[in-house]
Design a protein around this ligand. Sequence first.
Ligand SMILES: Nc1ncnc2c1ncn2[C@@H]1O[C@H](COP(=O)(O)OP(=O)(O)OP(=O)(O)O)[C@@H](O)[C@H]1O
Ligand SMILES: [Mg+2]
Length: 383
Amino acid sequence: MTPPDISSFPTLGILGGGQLGKMMAADAVRMSVDVRLLSPKDAGPMQAYSGSRTGDWTDPDVLRNFAADCDVVTVESEWAPAEEAAEAVPGNTEVRPSPSTLAVIKDKGVQKRRLADAGCPVPDFKNCETLEEAVDAATSLGFPVVLKQYRGAYDGYGNATVHSAEELREAWPDLAADDGLMVETFADFTRELAVQVARRPGGEQVVYPVAYTEQRNHRCHAVEVPADVSEDVAREARSIAQQAVDVVEGVGLVAVELFEMPDGRVLINELAPRPHNTGHYSIEGSHTSQFENHLRGVLDWPLGNPSLRRPAAVMVNVLGTREGTPPDASGLSDALAVDGAHVHVYGKPDVRPGRKMGHVTALGSTRDNARERAERAAEAIHL
Ligand SMILES: Nc1ncnc2c1ncn2[C@@H]1O[C@H](COP(=O)(O)OP(=O)(O)OP(=O)(O)O)[C@@H](O)[C@H]1O
Ligand SMILES: [Mg+2]
């Protein structure tokens, strides 16, 4: 493909001011893309950039003002007001990914329906408006089932696994919105996997290696790349991920969360239309990071090589272990003493138990070797 003529350095607006926006902005700055961030609240991570501001991002005037000289506006989260931004921005400013892609992804029911209708493998599910419908659906799918809120959930907070009609009836009132809940078959998976795909507006894609994501207490603890899966599973995971990203017409980076099933099938759990925790390893681990390829995708620039620089990369999250402020830097020197440990601290002003405060990546000749060093450095940090 002929590279487009990049005739000037663009201005990129990022809706969001958390760690994902911060890491996107870092790559933008490196390539002299003029970057600005807008967040509804004073998010700590974005303070690293002078082009960051806070404001009511549902207010068309605020959005218009923010986007006035942006060539492209992107989002760090599916919850950012892309639709409102698209209405407010000048006609020559692109919002990418498009509000229609975000609308499909941010509602788990709509997303699963779209993927299933396009033939992507997903766990059996039913979108249920009423409790009785949900009890019928769960009975025919077979317990246990996972109840999922359609919108606004993260880190598993909007989900509940129920084992009987009684448990379902108990869980429903607290979880269900006016339009109900999704009822999904409990997938008794072997492993959770993730694949990042970067896509340009015209459909050109690059796909990252398959990552294994290890969850502890419903949160991502570590990510190992490449995942220790068979070649067939790896091929299937990457191909399903690429198909899913085409189905939703993703632009920029899309992360695809997958379940590897005991019979070798691979099912899609959900998509995230942005760089994702499971792709943080790529900052040091890949020739082109997920953040850079997100920028390249939304700017319609040539995509970069997503392959690993070394045989293995492992990322370990640094989660808050206490309630407090400000973060405590005392463990940093021990973490930095670990050979080849790449330490990231997001700059969130206050710590909460389980909150993602930073991460560590290590590369190595084997997964075990990288894992040992990433774990050792992450353990040393007690923000
Ligand atoms: N159908 C299922 N069967 C078994 N486990 C599931 C199922 N759906 C989700 N889970 C488990 O719950 C976790 C969180 O689910 P999901 O991805 O729907 O939630 P989320 O709130 O969007 O979470 P996150 O922000 O961590 O992506 C999954 O990573 C997986 O471990
Ligand atoms: Mg998820």
